[in-house]
Design a protein. Structure first.
Length: 339
């Protein structure tokens, strides 16, 4: 069964991903973006394509799986869902499920190649700690794990940007005060489509949820928690647990520069971090090094406050239909994601 998952970004900052057909090494992730008319009709269309290209290249340069991730990109909406005036962006992920914990553990074990992979798999308990023992896989992640063809042409996700936000598309001279880093934003949403999301509150869990810890033990709650791959001994990053920010993003503030922060701020340039790379590594992706895609710059002064990523949206009736997909005999569905 295949389902879709909608993640909408709220606030002055939104994270979106996917974009264009990015060139990369022979053995590397390829991101193929299809822009709808809401993007191609904009006066800044070429700037958007260029910035998307930079974001896609950043992931292609550090992820080694020879797969193509297909994403439809839009402005003002995402996959048929209308983005509100204060929404920065959102993503809709195609999901396969439902699977058992034993299946998920087996796939991660078979894919383990790096030392972090092996540490992560070794830390997994014998049985599921998730109520219901129900798991899903993002379509892009299923490609990385070799469960479906890496060249499957169906959309793996949809990304939408808010149309009322001021974006800085050019990182060459830093990010202008009052503007948001579009490349960093795109990298953030790409990470969600690649599989870095949680099933909290949705009746299912994800591979990423297996590495959430609280109080020194595996946790599947919405409270304070951290990312760990060694049985909750080492905290590699802290999950956001406050405000409207997404619970599967990292806790962040005005001085944070990680693209996976729950809150992004104007005037700040963001980069892919080692924690981001480790997270993708242990859920099935082959990785190189966390070089980011841009140098972090010092923060300029600004008065705007950061906004959370992944806000609520209004679905169009046509997007609510369930579609049969056959491959895994599952369902394709969409859901709203409020953060």
């Amino acid at each position: 069964m295949r389902r879709s998952r909608l993640r909408l970004t709220v606030g002055l900052l939104t994270l979106a991903l996917l974009g264009f057909a990015a060139a990369g090494p022979a053995l590397a992730l390829q991101i193929n973006a299809v822009y709808d008319s809401s993007v191609s009709s904009r006066s800044d269309y070429q700037q958007i394509k260029s910035a998307f290209g930079q974001a896609a290249d950043a992931w292609s340069n550090v992820l080694t799986d020879n797969v193509t991730v297909n994403i439809r990109v839009s402005f003002g909406g995402v996959g048929g869902y209308v983005l509100g005036p204060t929404t920065l962006g959102g993503s809709l992920d195609a999901l396969y499920g439902y699977f058992s914990y034993s299946q998920m553990k087996s796939w991660l074990s078979s894919d383990a190649s790096s030392s972090d992979d092996k540490t992560a798999v070794k830390s997994l308990p014998a049985g599921s700690t998730v109520a219901g023992n129900t798991f899903v896989l993002a379509s892009a992640q299923a490609k990385a794990l070799g469960l479906i063809s890496g060249k499957n042409s169906a959309y793996d996700g949809y990304i939408g940007f808010g149309s009322a936000t001021k974006y800085d598309y050019d990182r060459s001279n830093g990010i202008s005060a009052g503007y948001f880093d579009f490349v960093g934003l795109a990298e953030h949403e790409m990470a969600h489509v690649l599989g870095l999301f949680s099933g909290q509150g949705d009746g299912y869990a994800t591979a990423f949820d297996l590495f959430r810890c609280s109080g020194g033990a595996s946790s599947f709650t919405g409270g304070p928690s951290s990312f760990s791959i060694d049985g909750c001994k080492t905290n590699l990053a802290t999950f956001n647990s406050t405000g409207s920010g997404d619970r599967d993003d990292w806790a962040s503030g005005p001085t944070s520069t990680d693209i996976r922060g729950a809150y992004l701020y104007p005037g700040v340039q963001y980069a892919i971090s080692a924690a981001d790379m480790t997270a993708l590594d242990v859920i099935g992706w082959g990785t190189k090094s966390a070089t980011g895609g841009g140098l972090t710059i010092s923060l300029p002064s600004f008065s705007n406050i950061g906004r959370a990523v992944d806000a609520a949206a209004v679905p169009e009736a046509s997007t609510l239909a369930l579609l049969s997909v056959g491959l895994l005999g599952l369902w394709l569905a969409r859901r709203l994601r409020s953060a």
